[in-house]
Design a binder for this molecule. Structure first.
Ligand code: UDP
Length: 409
């Protein structure tokens, strides 16, 4: 087995500077047992959304710890991604969705093609989300340990959708959820909780001088009014229309601009349709800016927008975790998030941000933050401290190592 050489100028050194040497030494010790082992991640897209965001940062860190990390993306016809997006929505609790017999068969059959493309044979094979979940059904001699990693909130799934994956779940060695309450329907011996994380050194999150951030943002939006920003795929669960409603209430009382930034992920066919819906809903309000990767918004631009905003919103109706919440908090910007799922793991209401249940409450909290810069700064400081303590990538990797340890016994 190939052993990865640990480079001298390292990510770990950067973490040691940020957190002190103790947590890094602890991590290295845990990783030592797995030196030279292989870990494969499988998902549906290289770009767009939280999973891709995490994996691109996690692989180099694992490699630096001497564990050979790999990431493979399967391809499928567009018709499959229509089914898998339906599946995503149904597993998050849309009870109106029904799958035809053909859709059920196509979903399962794609598992065979996914298997043939990827042929997972690593020591630890981590299969992300429902899209590739049935792949395990097509292994003849299962090599290594198999983990299904679910990133969505499956606490109250559509029964038909859950039925389409539950038989496969029992074939995995472990199931990983962001919160254990999402695993309520899974009857499996090893259900494990691992929250996601952000990489503080990535282009998305690294420190950049405020002046530089302002220059970047001014290429897209003037900065003479305060910005309220939501960075999210264009998706009904992210409630972009509710965000516009909240902005409209605020706008009657205070001058402000709304920025909606949303990438179009390869595995998300709803994105284009929702982008149009959002644009139509915004009408021709010149203080609403709707931007996407197609306008040249990449990681550094998202970083800059988050940094110069007065308020970050993540007004989701369902949210497995919500990396954008952690990203805003890390940058010391007050975040207002929907009072749901993984957002509740991150925001302690009134202490390091606000949790909201309605459009009106969102507007009220935006106004409160805009009116009270001192409180905004305190919320921001507390937000950064929370992310530093619990949701940096290094902790995420440590959770995986603990799981590997458990699976190796
Ligand atoms: N993101 C981005 N550009 C966009 C929209 C989203 O880079 O236009 C990133 C965002 O910064 C975050 C990830 O995509 O890192 C979204 O993850 P999250 O957990 O918030 O939501 P998901 O898309 O996985 O439901």
């Amino acid at each position: 087995m190939r052993v990865i050489k640990i480079s001298s100028k390292s990510i770990l050194e950067a973490y040691a500077q940020l957190l002190g040497s103790q947590p890094i030494e602890q991590l290295k010790e845990k990783a030592h047992k797995f030196t030279g082992k292989t870990v494969l991640h499988v998902n549906a897209t290289k770009f767009g959304g939280g999973v891709a965001e995490i994996l691109q940062n996690m692989i180099p860190l694992m490699n630096e710890l001497g564990i050979e990390g790999n990431w493979k993306v399967f391809t499928a016809p567009d018709s499959f991604f229509e089914i898998s997006k339906k599946m995503h929505n149904a597993l998050q609790g849309n009870m109106k969705i029904h799958f035809t017999e053909k859709e059920v068969n196509d979903y399962i059959e794609q598992g065979k093609s996914t298997f043939d493309q990827i042929k997972p044979d690593s020591d630890f094979n981590i299969i992300h989300d429902p899209q590739p979940c049935p792949i395990i059904n097509f292994t003849e001699d299962k090599v290594g340990k198999w983990i299904w990693r679910c990133h969505i909130d499956t606490a109250n799934p559509n029964p038909q959708a859950w039925g389409m994956i539950s038989d496969y779940l029992s074939l995995y060695d472990a199931l990983v959820f962001t919160k254990l309450e999402y695993a309520r329907k899974a009857s499996h011996a090893l259900k494990y909780q691992i929250p996601p994380s952000i990489d503080p050194f990535s282009d998305k999150n690294k420190d950049i001088p405020l002046e530089r951030a302002r220059e970047i943002v001014e290429q897209f939006v003037p900065l003479d009014l305060p910005l309220v920003t939501q960075v999210s795929r264009f998706d009904p669960w992210k409630d972009p229309l509710g965000v516009i409603d909240a902005y409209r209430i605020v706008k009657e009382k205070r001058p402000v601009r709304l920025v909606l930034i949303g990438s179009l992920a390869h595995d998300d066919p709803e994105g284009v349709e929702w982008l149009k819906k959002v644009k139509d809903y915004a009408k021709d309000d010149s203080d609403i800016y709707i931007l996407s990767n197609l306008d040249g918004i990449g990681d550094i631009q998202v970083n800059a927008f988050q940094r110069v905003s007065k308020v970050i919103l993540q007004k989701s109706i369902k949210e497995g975790f919500g990396l954008t919440v952690a990203e805003g908090m890390w940058k010391k910007i007050p975040v207002i998030g929907g009072n749901v799922g993984g957002i509740k793991l991150q925001i302690d209401d009134g202490i390091n941000g606000f949790l909201v249940d309605s459009v009106e409450e969102t507007a009220e909290k935006i106004i409160y933050i805009l009116k009270n810069p001192k409180i905004a700064r305190e919320l921001g400081e507390a937000g950064r401290a929370k992310i530093k303590e619990e949701f940096l990538l290094i902790k995420h990797v440590e959770h995986y190592l603990d799981l590997f340890e458990m699976l190796s016994k």
